[in-house]
Design a protein around this ligand. Structure first.
Ligand code: PAP
Length: 317
């Protein structure tokens, strides 16, 4: 089924595997394209489901931890929290590939309500049964930092049978929109526009804002999820406690996130160790990789692509 579709699609060099395929304006690996078809044909959203959507390397791991800890704050003690044992990636399913981990298709009925799901798919690729019914939390990031993070991540996962992908080539590809789930700007714009039209359905967050003011952003997130912190919880410091639990400093030092056996199964062949989801966790690491000229070019692309949208991105100094 998927093979028949793939032969009809334009393809380009990929960052992890050999090729990505252009499907409805976005570059997808064959694995996630299969996932997308299954989601359209077999996934039944519930109105209480909450989605976490993001382009790759824009904050999924962090948001998974925050959303899971917030939604389940009455079930678990922070001192003995499942996040400390499993790491954030296992907190809830990454739908794009999890949908086909069980044969013939994964059933998610056992998940507690609200069911939480993560996806990297662009807004326009998701079935309307999801986008018209479920709440979506979207997190975006300075494209320069997303690019650097993605290059590190996918270089590690890149098939050993392929030549390594030099950073400058990845930069060119990224600027041209060609990378897994890209183009970056179309991805961000799709969710941005949808969030402007339906702010009650889509919460649009920025990694940089979360770094600067995590408690304010977490309160926004909890309220959007329909689980606002009470005055009593705020007084007790619950917001700060969750921020601390989910911080890069705390999570990245845990055994399970340092190669201690924790990992995320994406496909039968691709299993990624938890430690790969924690690198630096900083804003502005791009400065160590991009020349002034490269920075100006990518910032100009962002300005042009986002012109008139009211969204500004990637202007971190
Ligand atoms: P994914 O797309 O593969 O799921 P994602 O979690 O979105 O990855 O992005 C990983 C980035 O978030 C890494 O950024 P870096 O490469 O620039 O360092 C990772 O370090 C960072 N990250 C992971 N956990 C946290 C956290 N708790 N707080 C802040 N940043 C984090």
């Amino acid at each position: 089924m998927i093979t028949n579709l793939l032969v009809t699609l334009p393809k380009a060099k990929a960052w992890r595997s050999e090729h990505v395929f252009l499907y409805k304006g976005f570059w997808l690996s064959s694995e996630v394209l299969k996932g997308l078809v299954l989601i359209h044909n077999h996934f039944t959203p519930q109105p209480t489901d909450i989605f976490l959507a993001a382009f790759m390397k824009c904050g999924t791991t962090w948001l998974k931890a925050l959303m899971f800890a917030t939604a389940n704050r009455h079930r678990y003690k922070l001192s003995d929290h499942p996040l400390l044992r499993t790491g954030p990636q296992s907190a809830f399913p990454f739908l794009d590939t999890h949908i086909f981990l069980d044969y013939p298709v994964t059933n998610f009925d056992h998940l507690p309500v609200p069911r939480l799901f993560a996806t990297h798919f662009a807004h326009g690729l998701l079935p309307t049964s999801i986008t018209s019914t479920c709440k979506i939390v979207y997190v975006c990031r300075d494209p320069k930092d997303a690019l650097v993070s993605k290059w590190h991540f996918l270089s590690k996962l890149r098939s050993k049978e392929l030549e390594p992908l030099p950073f400058n080539e990845a930069y060119e590809m990224f600027c041209n929109g060609v990378s897994e789930y890209g183009p970056f700007w179309d991805h961000v714009l799709g969710y941005w526009k949808a969030s402007q039209e339906s702010p009650d359905k889509i919460l649009f967050l920025k990694y940089e804002d979360m770094k600067r003011e995590p408690t304010i952003e977490l309160k926004k997130l909890a309220a959007f999820m329909g689980m606002p912190f009470t005055a009593e919880e705020e007084e007790e410091g619950v917001v700060e406690d969750i921020v601390k639990l989910c911080s890069f400093q705390n999570l990245s030092r845990l055994e399970v996130n340092k190669g201690g056996g924790g990992g995320q199964k994406f496909t039968a062949k691709v299993v990624v160790e938890n430690q790969e989801f924690f690198r630096k966790g900083e804003v502005g690491d791009w400065k160590n990789y991009l020349t002034e000229e490269m920075k100006d070019r990518i910032d100009n692309i962002a300005v042009n692509k986002l012109k008139g949208s009211g969204l500004m991105l990637g202007l971190t100094k």
